[in-house]
Write a protein that binds this ligand. Sequence first.
Ligand code: DGJ
Length: 739
Amino acid sequence: MGIAVHEQTGVFHLYNEKISYIMKRMANGQMGQLYYGRRLRDREDFPHLVELAHRDMAPCTFDGDTTFSLEHLKQEYPAFGSGDMRYPAYELERENGSRISYFRYRSFEIYQGKRGLMGLPAVYTEQAEEAWTLELYLEDEVIHTGLTLVYTIFEELPVIIRSARFEHHGQEKLWLNRAMSLSLDLPDCQYEMVELTGAWCRERYVEAQKLHHGIQSIHSMRGHSSHQFNPFLALKRKETDEFQGEVIGVSLVYSGNFLGQVEVDTMNTTRLTMGIHPQGFRWPLQRGEVFQTPEAVMVYSTEGMNGMSQVYHRLYRRRLARGYWRDRERPILINNWEATYMDFNQEKILTIAKKAKELGIELFVLDDGWFGRRNDDTSSLGDWYPNLDKLPDGIAGLAENIVAMGMRFGLWFEPEMISRRSNLYEAHPEWVLGSTDRPICAGRHQYVLDFSRDEVVQYIGDMIAKILDGGLVSYIKWDMNRSISDLFSAGMDAEYQGTVYHRQILGVYKLYERLTTQFPQVLFESCASGGARFDPGILHYAPQGWASDDTDGVERIRIQYGTTYVYPVSSIGSHVSAIPNHQTHRNVPLETRAVVAYFGTFGYELDLNLLSGEEQQQVAEQIRFMKQHRAFLHSGTFYRLLSPFEGNEAAWMVVSEDRKKAIVAYFRILQPANAGFSRLKLTGLVPELDYTIDDRDYTCYGDELMQVGLILSDAASGVRTSPVPQGDYLARMFVVEAK
Ligand code: DGJ
């Protein structure tokens, strides 16, 4: 692995065993993109990879040379105003109104490892040898501005991480109107674009469309990464499936507004850009100031969508998530939200907690409704002190009781929000985002605190720290329940209003950084009305996130299937809740609800006292199962086998590193009448090893399980040890182990 630099020819080649990423200084001094894909042998120059064609109508950089037009050349970080007619990676505006700029290559730096990004979450290395980083320094000598393009390649993973940094040294003032994290020019357009899209209660559904000429994009302009589109897209070949074929994934390590855009020009080339959404973004740059973009993580795989996802899982689980809980077994929790909503008191909570303890649960989480005068969602956000009518002994008293039972105690906060009916609003109406000379949109009756102001972040941090200081709270659920609509900060000059969206999210990161540093052993779970901020940025601070407010077992199959495109099982907050389900009114068997939740952090969100004795025993058994297998489920290699978006069935499995053990989950949504035969082909096993399967009295070689499959058919085969299960919303689990 390494980075080959050919200074004479201006070629930079990042490579490891699997991939090559090749760039070249072009004749005009800008950086050109030559190749991204499966590993190529290095050479001094690759002039034959540059496609130059006479196109008389194109704007030419050099008068008389019709072959050199930026309209057609593949570039690293394309500009506006120098001949490229496609969407640029950035736009800089000068005092005279010109938006033309021109960054030419000046120098480079190479180092082992990877540096952090000031104020932003980022992938990291633990040993410098894990990765190499190349920084290309470019300059626009007219405005005296520097642009650093940063590339990190990991030794063991087909990953390139990119970001850009602007540094202004000139006298005149500039405005950055667009600054994407990456731009990638690809030589053809024979791809399908895969995205994770949805809405509240149906987040991260998988969709794929064939690319067409023009623009196709995903985005958020909601101030958070959103339920609607996850900051991820992939370009895959038509024939690529879960198991084989070429795919390029791009994932943005950011939690605010974003744009992921694919432009296919009429010469059939593709430009992919991803970064902060330019809408509402305008960042002034004075002499000496720097703007750093978030980073984007590109994965190249020839092993299908599973291959791509497994790379993200490995990287994000151990080199993006961090802290005390990163590699630890996550506590099995019970959350009171769907059990009580805000209608609870200490006695009710303790009754739920007691039963939870009895059945083996390790962490009790008190959700919304414990603070201020909060009895419904119209008041008290910002008043982070206990409601003594409900909890006469306060949070400390309740927590002491729960800790004395032998469980950990966790608490819900919504730090970025404020209710109009709150003491905080009375004291600081100017802390709300929005223009005070007009009505401000409420969302869930609440307003957004202006986290672009340091004093607000500091104040909320102090209130939360006061509660955590007692040492009794060992888990925080950090919620965020509305989009940012009325973008205006009363604390910012007109000139800086275009920085507010980004500063807001920097404020969120700052508070996360402070609290995770001050309370390193507290486990943070992120949440935003379910999964509206389930993104790599937040994962850096909170190793698990509430994937969706939809707890229905069947819906969760789709939500979690899509989520695993990028995010590891260890990050997916998943609970068993009551039936009829509160979101869909569906009655999914307890077994199925648990099987789905095993492939996540696992917990319960119901009053266990309301279950029958038999069901309680089932719950105790589920908890035992999860305790036994959670380390494996959270760290093994995850494969999607059958897509719930394509039919009546779904399946996935986790395989151990040595491939000797696997746990397989199979789901069938509706019971077919007189069902036909069916088999589930496994993957990732060792062909010549003989495996036992927990529900049957015969063994199978790995090749049989992978080439023939596990026989699932409903007809009795005569060799089964138990009757074949029937019914709607069926889940089956198989523990497969080499003899
Ligand atoms: C939205 C979350 O997603 C729920 O789990 C719950 O915490 C509520 N907010 C509380 O208001």
